[in-house]
Design a binder for this molecule. Sequence first.
Ligand code: UT7
Length: 334
Amino acid sequence: MKERTAYIRSVGRFLPERKLTNRDLEKMVDTSDEWIFTRTGIRERRILGPGPGCSHMAVPAAMECLERAGVTPDEVDLIIVGTVTPDMMFPSTACLVQDMIGAKNAWGFDLSAGCSGFLFSLSTACQLIESGRVNRALVIGSDVISTLIDYKDRGTCVIFGDGAGAVLLEACTEPGFGFLDFILKIDGSGGDYLCLKGGGSRIPPTHESLDNGAHYVTQDGRQVFKAAVSEMSDVSVRILERNGLSGKDLTFFVPHQANNRIIEATAKRLNVEEHKVVVNIHKYGNTVSASIPLALYEAVMERGHEFKNGDYLLMSAFGAGFTWGSTLLRWWQP
Ligand code: UT7
């Protein structure tokens, strides 16, 4: 058993005020509220739009974590921002956040892993805390995915929304508590099923790339759906089994919010009762890296009284890459 793990000291979030409802989308593409809700579980999503950038949401999410914990920015050692929509190619959004919040003793970086960005960032921060190099870390998932969506493409525009969620991690010295385990995976052969071809070094922005739509997200929804259900279920079952647990032992399951049918199918394979599955997709859609921390935030804020030290929480994500994984947290608060 590890002598030192990481635990979640506090949570924070930011959601843009502007709502884009299914009814709004009916006026933009050939779709209907009924189709979107039945096929995805989404009713509305939030839109930040171009201009303010990813850091505009990451900063208030991070500050909320610090305020809730009574920690000052100069006490943070590490900032990781999981994102596929950084403010700019470089410097990293982590550098911008560090400067904006005044975390003068922190280092950090951005981590790009599609919708698994928060989970991969969490795992990295946990390992740095376990090693003793870092005592306190801000892990943020923030994406302004609306800036990359073609609002004429009904296959993508109905599912995505903007937002940011964050957690403040600290070292936990109570053996057997905190983040106990991670299983993380990538499979680059799934890359073409969900990608943004333009804007990198292979297709830099040109008039031609703009005209070709290379700067918009493209997706083969069916392929992503199938892979998401099978891979999220597999790693979730495996992480439970290797820790001697089953779905029945969980207090909460916090899945990536991509499609309610993916969530339901995964929860069914895990044998987790419905009331333990955290779902907020109807309000925010798929917020990419922010999806898990936003769901976790709502679980902690609305049902925090149900959390007891020793409760098991499972989080699981799937995203572009393909990237996926699960983590097992044994809840602990000092
Ligand atoms: O976090 C990872 C990121 N992405 C995901 O996890 C996405 C996973 N995939 C999905 O959520 C689903 O595949 C979508 C919601 C994107 C699409 O739902 P689907 O049930 O897989 O639809 P489909 O692509 O199989 O299309 C079924 C039908 C097609 O019409 P025909 O060919 O049967 O006549 C589509 O043209 O639904 C049509 N369709 C729509 N109709 C109304 C596709 N999108 C829409 C739409 N409104 N927005």
